[in-house]
Design a binder for this molecule. Structure first.
Ligand code: AMP
Length: 195
C-alpha cells in the first residue's frame, strides 16, 4: 500500500474542506487545513490570530514563511508519520518549493494530489450560501472575488507542476457529497491508497 501523503486542491467553495475531512477520517490520517488553523487562532485571539486576521478577512494570502512554519510543525507530530492530508497548502509555487524541501529532508514526497474541479459560477454560488449559513468574515463579495482570482493566478499553476510528476487526479466536484467522495475513493484506490 502506498503511504497516503495527500493534497486536496480546489477553488474556494469547491467542498475541499468537507471532502478532505471525510477522506482523512476514512484513511485514519490527520487532515491539516491551514485555513482552519488560522481561523481557530483568530477566534481564540492568539498572537498569530491577531497577526493574520486582517489578511484573511481581505482574502489575501498569509506570508509563506508563517504558513510554512505552521505546516512543518504540524507534520512533525507523531500522528502524521503514517500519512496526512493537506488542505489549502501549498497554494503557490513558493510554498510547493518549501514543502518539497521539507518532505525530501524526511525522505518523503506527496503520493497523490486530488484536484476538485468546480465551475467558477458554482463556487461563487456555494460561497455566497456559506456566507449566509456560517457568517465567515472572508465570505463577502470583494474577498470572494479576490480569493478566486488568487486561486486562478497562483494556485492553479501548482497543479501543472504536480501533473508533470504524474500524481494529480482530477475529480469532478459537482454532485452529492457521497458521489464526490466515491470518485475520490476510486481514484486513490487506483494509486494503491485504499479505504
Ligand atoms: P481556506 O480556508 O483554505 O480558504 O483559507 C482561508 C484563508 O486563510 C485564505 O484566504 C488565506 O488568507 C489564508 N490561508 C490559508 N492557507 C494559506 C496558505 N497556504 N498560504 C497563505 N494563506 C493561506
Amino acid at each position: 500500500m502506498t503511504v497516503p501523503r495527500l493534497l486536496i486542491v480546489g477553488p474556494q467553495g469547491s467542498g475541499k474542506g468537507t471532502q478532505g475531512v471525510r477522506i482523512a477520517e476514512a484513511l485514519g490520517i490527520p487532515a491539516v487545513s491551514t485555513g482552519d488553523v488560522f481561523r481557530a487562532n483568530v477566534q481564540a485571539g492568539t498572537p498569530l490570530g491577531q497577526q493574520v486576521k486582517a489578511i484573511i478577512d481581505a482574502g489575501d494570502l498569509v506570508p509563506d514563511s508563517l504558513t510554512g512554519e505552521i505546516v512543518r510543525d504540524r507534520l512533525a507530530q507523531d500522528d502524521a508519520a503514517g500519512g496526512f492530508l493537506l488542505d489549502g497548502y501549498p497554494r503557490n509555487l513558493g510554498q510547493v518549493g518549501d514543502l518539497d524541501e521539507f518532505l525530501t529532508g524526511r525522505g518523503e514526497a506527496l503520493t497523490a494530489v486530488i484536484e476538485l474541479a468546480v465551475p467558477r459560477e458554482e463556487s461563487i454560488e456555494r460561497l455566497s450560501l456559506r456566507a449566509a449559513e456560517q457568517g465567515r468574515a472572508d465570505d463577502n463579495a470583494e474577498s470572494i472575488a479576490k480569493r478566486l482570482a488568487i486561486y486562478e493566478s497562483e494556485t492553479a499553476p501548482i497543479l501543472d507542476l504536480y501533473r508533470e510528476r504524474g500524481i494529480v487526479d482530477e475529480i469532478d466536484g459537482v454532485g452529492s457529497l457521497d458521489e464526490i467522495t466515491e470518485r475520490i475513493r476510486a481514484a486513490l484506490s487506483a494509486r494503491g491508497i485504499a479505504f
